[in-house]
Design a binder for this molecule. Structure first.
Ligand SMILES: *Cc1c(COP(=O)(O)O)cnc(C)c1O
Length: 489
């Protein structure tokens, strides 16, 4: 009997793997360097889709070079498009060459950041330390890298619930709650927050939605009134989720006012700052997040507006003790030692839901060192300037209409026809969005503001130039005119 492994089986096979690896690096760097020459997005041809979806279980080996060929033929040409300079869909980051290589390094080490004494944990601690400083959190605050802000919000709200419940939620469960616990967020809250509240077992009704003003910020007077009414009705308010950059329009709640109110009302202040919290990096944008440094917890992505490869996000929690209390469990097989590999300053598995954890921190650590925070700040400012440039063009074009003020990097606008009713304009703009995707020159996604359909480009893209935004406006005008004629408007 011979022992099998999954490594290349001979010196020659190692050489072939090395050659394939070099080819992959060359191909992928060329791919990134030439993104602009390809469509942003293109439909997947039916025969390709069939190949992707209908392969039998492979029971016998295939040459790795052949597997790679399949990837190059069937996967690589049909991306989501977010690496392209003219992609502004949803809020999605762009990635960088070194970020991709760093992911490879982490994968090659294949380490596990659940805990124990090894260097990777100290890289994550260092990255968290940098972010604490950048967000104005104290050095003894706690934090964790997670897959995305959805997960980071879930972690923050779990700590909030347990800290403010007034009973031992971990032991007793919600059956023990004397009164319904309530969180508050604006009507613009990201959908992952109600989902987190559901997952926490509180029920969607336990997230009260506070109305917004014309700038799409939470109406704090309305919040105050809702709190008073809910307390009078016997409910137990426990926390507020403030927004630093809402997903629809990039609006910021008044975090300072929320921090005052939460302090006075004994409420947890959690901030969903998926992309907007990064405004803290830039001296000129920082006033937008004033008060963020007073939050009990904050969640933000590194894969969106700091452009590292998916997936990477951070949750910071002011109180290390409350963070640890919410998740710590140490069974015998995970006992921490004083020496040897089971030692270690920190076991990240005690601060979240995952035990086994990947080396997300490495791509952040390497990228931040590669560029320096000041360059990130300039890119964020550049994206905001581009959004304002686009908004100014929209305001100059009689056929285009701006539907919300530009707070940050998101522009909400539509193609319009004087006198046409909103339902016809909605149909026109919905179809316009899809046709833009199919043309593959620019890509923005849509939303509805007060019932009106609009395009909603989000400039979270370090590859875009000002000229790209003129291409966007030109494309919208061209397709809009065609549709206007087709629809007889
Ligand atoms: C994207 C986003 C989220 C969710 O973040 P993921 O990284 O996609 O999980 C939450 N809140 C806001 C405001 C967002 O833009």
């Amino acid at each position: 009997m011979t022992d099998e492994t999954l490594d290349p089986s001979s010196p020659e096979a190692w050489e072939a793997m090395r050659a394939l690896g070099h080819r992959m690096v060359d191909d992928m760097l060329t791919h990134m360097q030439t993104l602009r020459e390809r469509p942003v997005w293109q439909p997947i041809p039916p025969e390709v889709k069939a190949r992707l979806k209908q392969q039998p279980v492979p029971h016998t080996p295939q040459d790795p070079a052949e597997v790679y060929e399949e990837f190059v033929r069937d996967v690589l040409p049909y991306p989501l498009g977010n690496a392209h300079p003219r992609f502004w869909g949803w809020v999605i980051g762009t990635g960088t060459p070194l970020g991709a290589l760093a992911d490879f390094l982490g994968a090659a080490m294949n380490t596990n950041l659940g805990g124990a004494e090894h260097a990777a944990n100290y890289i994550e601690l260092q990255v968290l330390g940098w972010f604490k400083q950048l967000m104005g959190f104290p050095p003894d605050a706690s934090g964790l890298m997670v897959s995305g802000t959805s997960m980071a919000n879930l972690i923050g709200l779990t700590v909030a619930r347990n800290a403010k419940a007034g009973f031992d939620v971990r032991t007793e469960g919600l059956q023990a709650q004397p009164a319904r616990m309530l969180f508050y967020a604006s009507t613009e809250v990201h959908s992952c927050v109600p989902r987190a509240v559901e997952v926490l077992g509180l029920g969607r009704k336990s997230l009260r939605l506070v109305p917004v003003n014309d700038a799409y910020q939470m109406d704090i007077g309305a919040l105050r009134a809702m709190l008073a009414a809910d307390r009078a009705a016997g409910f137990q308010p426990i926390g507020v989720v403030g927004a630093a950059g809402t997903v629809n329009t990039g609006a910021f709640d008044d975090l300072d006012a929320l921090a005052d109110l939460c302090a006075a009302e004994n409420l947890w202040l959690h901030v969903d700052g998926a992309f907007g919290a990064l405004a803290a990096l830039s001296p000129s944008l920082r006033p937008l997040v004033k008060g963020l440094e007073r939050a009990d917890s904050v969640a933000f992505d590194v894969h969106k507006w700091m452009f590292v490869q998916y997936e990477a996000a951070v949750v910071l929690v002011r109180s290390e003790k409350l963070h640890h209390d919410a998740f710590s469990t140490t069974p015998d097989y995970l006992t921490h030692g004083d020496r040897g590999v089971a030692a270690g300053d920190i076991w990240f598995s005690e601060y979240g839901i995952q035990l086994s954890r990947g080396f997300r921190a490495l791509k952040v650590w390497m990228s931040v060192k590669e560029h320096g925070i000041d360059k990130y700040a300039r890119i964020l400012e550049q994206n905001c300037a581009q959004a304002h440039y686009l908004a100014a063009r929209v305001e100059r074009e009689p056929e285009l209409e701006l539907l919300a003020p530009v707070s940050l990097n998101i522009v909400c606008f539509r193609y319009t026809v004087p006198g046409a009713p909103d339902d016809r304009l909605n149909a026109l703009n919905d179809e316009l969005t899809i046709r833009l995707h199919e043309r593959g020159v620019v890509l923005a996604t849509s939303t509805r503001l007060r019932g009106r359909a609009c395009l909603r480009p989000s400039a979270t893209n370090h590859r875009s130039t000002l000229a790209d935004f003129d291409v966007l406006a030109d494309e919208v005008l061209a397709v809009g005119r065609v549709l206007r004629a087709e629809m007889g408007l």
